[in-house]
Each structure stands twice: as C-alpha cells, then as structure tokens.
Design a protein around this ligand. Structure first.
Ligand code: ADP
Ligand code: MG
Length: 410
C-alpha cells in the first residue's frame, strides 16, 4: 500500500516539477492554462492507478489536483478539468458513475465559491485554507459513503488513510506552489530594481551630455527656419527636424527626472496641493480630449516627500488616464483617502483599459502602445513609488477602464 501511495505522490509532484523546469518563465496569464493541463494529467494518472486497501476499498487522490486547479485557476479555467474528470470517469465505467458526477459537481461549486477568498490570502494562510478545504471535502465524501456501506472497521481504515493522504499531499503541494510563486515574484522585483538602477545610472551620464547639443542644434534650425533664402520645401524639412528635436528633448528630460536624487524639494504635505496643482496644469489637455477631471479629497494624514517628483508621478498617471479616454471622452476621477494609516490615491478612468498581459508589461522600459509614446511614464511612476516605499496596484478591464491605486504608508 505504501508503494502505491508513494507512486501517487509522484503523480502529484510531476506537474509541479514540470512547471518549475519548463514553464516558470512564462507570463503568468498563460501559466493558468498550463497549470490546468498539468493538473488534468496528474488527475488522470491518479485515477488510473488508484490505491487498493487491504480491506478491499479503493481510493485515489484525484481530488487533490482538482481542488488545487480550482483554487489557483479560478472556476472559469477549472471548468475544463471538471469536464475531464467526468468524461474519464464515464470512460472507466463501473458503479457509482452518477454519485461521482454529483459529488464532483458539488466540490466544483463549493471550492469555486472559496477560490476568490483564497486568491486574497497570504501564502501561509493559503496552506491552512487549502488543508481545511480538502479536509472538509473528504469528510463530506466519507459522510456520503457512510450511507452506502456499514460503518465497520474497514470503513474507518479507509477514512483514516484517505484523510491523511489527501490533507498531507495538499499541504505539501500548496507549500511548494507558494514557494515557486514567491521565487517568481522575488526575481521579478529584483529585475525591476535592477532596471531602475541601470536607467538612473545611464540617464545621469548620458542625458546631460545629449541635452546641450540638442539645444544648440534646435537654436540654429530655428534661425534657419526664419531665413528667407530657403524654399518652402526646404522649410518643411526644417520644421520636421525641429519637431523631432522637441521629441528627443522630451525623452531626454524624462530620463533626467530619474537621475534627480530625492531631497532637493522635500515637503511635508497631505497631497491636497499636489493633486490640485496637477489637475490644474493638465485641465487644458483634458479639455482638448473631452475629458472632465474630478477630484475628491478626504485625507488628514501627511507625509514627507519630494514635491516635484510626486507631481511628475501624478502627471504621468493623469496623462495616461486622459490618453486612454482620447477616443470617446469621459471622466477622470481622482480620490485621495486615508485608510488604516495609509494615504490612498485612486486614479480612475473609463478609457480603453488593458488585458492582463498588457498590465504585466507596465513599467518595463519603452513598453508603449501609443504612436507618440515613449513608454517611460510608467517606469518613472514605479521608480518614484519605489523610493517612497509605497505600492501601486492596477485594476483594469479591456474596454471598460482602469484604476490605479497608490498606497503610501505614513
Ligand atoms: P506612454 O504613455 O508613453 O505610452 P507609459 O509608460 O506612460 O508610456 O504607458 C505605457 C503603456 O501602458 C501605454 O502605452 C498604454 O498602453 C498603457 N497604459 C498606461 N496607463 C493606461 C491607462 N490608464 N489605460 C489604458 N492603458 C494604459
Ligand atoms: Mg504615459
């Protein structure tokens, strides 16, 4: 019996290993599909090689990958594995097909209800949660079984084995998965901080040097543009060059903002002045795109920060919101709130929104979906937020709009 149990452990571990080795670098969005496929394979293997107890009872660990797939993948993705389970169960045949269908449906619904809560828990609590869920479900299973068989010694034997095997395996797997997720996050955070470092280093040395020649060139081109001896065609060339120079200067000044050390403009403020200032300077831009900016302020907390950087950060976020609503206009609502000793800034637009994949690209240098975009705006936002030890959260739905929430600890 121990041998078959160990083989089943192996079936459950293989997907975790395969994921770790082959798929860990994939985008998290696709990884849900991979997760479901791997869990299905593991479930099929568990069902094909069940554990035979001496008492004559049979049980398998199919519920472990099934529950994990629902908890981590959410019910939409996990519906696939629910179908796989039942199709395979019909294929195997034998008694209890309908009981199995009913029971798996019940588990699917119950666990789906808990999966949202699971997603919001801390890693350690996820382990307890998953263990409790699988414990409760085995109890449920044994209860339904107890109506069909007598409560003899063999039954209790099965009960103890099934409970121990499932709950132990659940704890082991969730711990492993959480560790993998934590490692992925740590690596991403490391890469991101490495990016800031590189950018600020580069920008400090290069941007200054480039700005002077740019200014000189654009000065001479402006002079040339005023000359009467050049033809209209040549004049358009000069104008194009000037436009491109302005763009280059814009990029250079975006870069320069990174290299400014924090401390040249420190203030202790509740953010009222900053949020209003940014609203005022961007309102002509907003009007041009039929966007209305609404600001609500309910905050009594104050924090020390660099005013010009904070303004720059807000400008970038407001501007992105306005640009997202370019096509059909709308309302950009900004809310400043306090919550448990944190200042929250919510910047909400009703623009074109982003897919999960686009969200995961935010803050990477040069990632932009706009023709005129530089993709440096969000990078700068992240770097400023990083310096403040604050956090930024994005919620977005394609076609509906986006909400950025900045949480600043006081
Ligand atoms: P840029 O604005 O120059 O394109 P950013 O770094 O500011 O660069 O933004 C990067 C990309 O993120 C944008 O091109 C856009 O696709 C996306 N984005 C940022 N903010 C929003 C938003 N509020 N709504 C929709 N997409 C956004
Ligand atoms: Mg931008």
């Amino acid at each position: 019996m121990i041998e078959t149990l160990l083989i089943n452990f192996l079936f459950l571990l293989i997907p975790v290993l395969a994921y770790l080795i082959f798929f860990e670098n994939r985008n998290f969005y696709y990884s849900k599909f991979i997760l479901i496929i791997l869990a299905s394979i593991s479930m099929l293997l568990c069902m094909t090689f069940p554990i035979y107890l001496n008492s004559g009872f049979i049980f398998d660990l199919r519920l472990v990958p099934f529950i994990l797939a629902i908890l981590y993948g959410g019910y939409k993705h996990a519906f696939f594995i629910y179908i796989v389970l039942n199709v395979y169960r019909f294929y195997i045949g034998g008694d209890g097909i309908y009981q199995s269908l009913l029971f798996s449906t019940l588990v699917f619904v119950l666990v789906s209800l808990g999966s949202r809560k699971f997603g919001k828990l801390l890693p350690r609590h996820r382990i307890y949660f998953a263990a409790t869920v699988s414990f409760a479900i085995i109890i449920l299973y044994l209860t339904t079984l107890s109506f069909q068989t007598s409560l003899n010694k063999e039954f209790w034997n099965l009960a103890v084995h099934a409970l121990m095997a499932q709950v132990t395996m659940m704890v082991v797997l969730v711990s492993l998965l959480e560790k993998i997720i934590a490692n992925m996050k740590a690596r991403e955070a490391f890469l991101q901080s490495e990016r800031y470092h590189l950018i600020s280093e580069l920008s400090a040395s290069v941007a200054h040097e480039i700005r002077n020649p740019l200014t000189v060139t654009s000065g001479f081109l402006q002079l040339l543009n005023k000359s009467e001896s050049i033809s209209p065609k040549e004049k358009t060339y000069v104008e194009f060059s000037l436009q491109e120079l302005i763009r280059a200067e814009q990029i250079v000044s975006d870069f320069l903002a990174f290299s400014k050390p924090q401390s040249d403009n420190m203030v202790y403020s509740d953010l009222k002045e900053e949020t209003e200032y940014v609203k005022n300077i961007l309102s002509p831009y907003a009007r041009m795109h039929n966007v209305d900016i609404q600001l609500t302020f309910h905050n009594s907390l104050s924090k020390k920060f660099d005013r010009s950087q904070m303004q720059q950060c807000l400008i970038n976020l407001y501007k992105n919101g306005i640009e997202a609503m370019k096509a059909k206009g709308g309302v950009l609502s900004i809310e400043v709130l306090e919550d448990k000793g944190n200042i929250l800034i919510k910047i909400k637009d009703t623009g074109n929104g982003m897919t999960p994949e686009e969200i995961s690209n935010l803050g990477k240098p040069y990632y932009s979906t706009k023709i005129e975009g530089t993709g440096l705006g969000m990078l700068m936002v992240h770097s400023i937020i990083h310096k403040l030890k604050a956090q930024i959260k994005v919620e977005s739905e394609k076609g509906k709009g986006t909400t950025f929430t900045i949480t600043i600890p006081v």
